[in-house]
Design a protein around this ligand. Structure first.
Ligand SMILES: Nc1nc(=O)c2c([nH]1)NC[C@@H]1CN(c3ccc(C(=O)N[C@@H](CCC(=O)O)C(=O)O)cc3)C=[N+]21
Ligand SMILES: [Mg+2]
Length: 291
């Protein structure tokens, strides 16, 4: 039986509609227009595309967009000075510094300089702590979007065996925290895991976030399992161009899984939608607005 295909593009559009409604409500109730600042250092072409998409969608939902495109040679000090300015700006409620940063810049130092209440990526240690202890937090966008997609396939994740493949601070670890909050039994698997296929075969819910093209095979998947593919890998294609593939061998896994996300059109669009949602949450936190 073929899997249900979880349409991230359509679900992201739903989330953006909700965000647009939230923005309207905030304007009416508090005269507040949330603003998102994105900082891009250097010329990475893929990064430039994301920044452009983010800016367009930010404006589309009625928020203010501030873009800072700095040359590759920008010093760490200059970046820190910009972040300080954005931290202090009343028009800016969310700050995202696009990763990766150039090698001469200490990324950890830059990310930690963002005010936790403006940290719409949810990477600041304060937000990591808030997430794990269950306080109101800004939660990383990719795991948030992935959880929304999983819940579209199965509204109640309670009691499921969830296996997260990948232990990054950006996806794997916060994903585990979110699934624990949904009362899943969570395993974080990684490159050193013994018998990874065997571990994944126990999963009712698989989240693949390793950055290895099409690594997860059909015979790793328990029949009927939900498969969320976080990977976005650009690989050579037949016609000499490149194409995007996930961390999951999509075609073969779709024949075993109960539900599966495609790449592109799965988690990627959700990441940006959740970034916009986080900007609204950030604005509310800064203004002391409940919910
Ligand atoms: N501080 C920071 N936060 C990030 O969240 C962050 C970052 N840095 N650096 C780069 C990565 C990458 N990223 C993507 C977001 C959306 C798509 C996306 O929408 N992808 C589309 C297709 C894109 C295409 O066709 O190239 C899809 O999967 O359908 C992809 C990648 C956010 N990132
Ligand atoms: Mg993210």
């Amino acid at each position: 039986m073929a899997a249900q295909i979880i349409d991230g593009k359509a679900i992201a559009a739903d989330v953006r509609k909700e965000v647009a409604a939230d923005v309207k409500a905030l304007q009416a109730s508090h005269g507040l227009t949330p603003g998102l600042a994105v900082v891009l250092v250097g010329e990475d072409p893929a990064s430039k595309v994301y920044v452009k998409n983010k800016a367009a969608q930010t404006v589309e939902v009625g928020m203010q967009s501030f873009e800072y495109k700095l040359p590759e040679t920008t010093s760490e000090h200059e970046i820190l000075t910009l972040v300080e300015r954005l931290n202090a700006s009343p028009e800016v409620h969310g700050i995202l510094v696009q990763l990766p940063l150039p090698k001469h810049v200490n990324a950890e130092k830059v990310l930690n300089s963002i005010h936790p209440d403006k940290d719409v990526d949810g990477f600041h240690p304060t937000n990591v702590g808030r997430l794990w202890i269950g306080e109101r937090a800004l939660v990383p966008c990719t795991p948030t979007g992935s959880a929304i997609l999983a819940k579209r396939a199965a509204p109640d994740l309670k009691g499921m065996n969830a296996v997260v493949i990948g232990r990054s601070n950006i996806v794997g670890k916060p994903m585990a925290a979110l699934l624990l909050r949904e009362s899943c039994t969570v395993t974080i698997a990684h490159s050193q895991t013994k018998d990874l296929p065997g571990v994944v075969r126990e999963a009712d819910l698989v989240i693949a976030a390793v950055g290895r093209p099409e690594m997860v095979k059909a015979d790793w998947i328990k029949p009927g399992a939900i498969v969320i593919d976080v990977g976005i890998n650009r690989v050579p294609s037949e016609n000499g161009k490149t194409k995007l593939v996930g961390d999951v061998a999509y075609a073969e896994c779709a024949e075993v899984a109960g539900a599966i996300t495609p790449v592109p059109g799965g988690v990627g669009p959700m990441t940006i939608a959740c970034l916009l949602q986080n900007t609204v949450v950030a604005a509310k936190i800064q203004k002391g607005i409940k919910d």
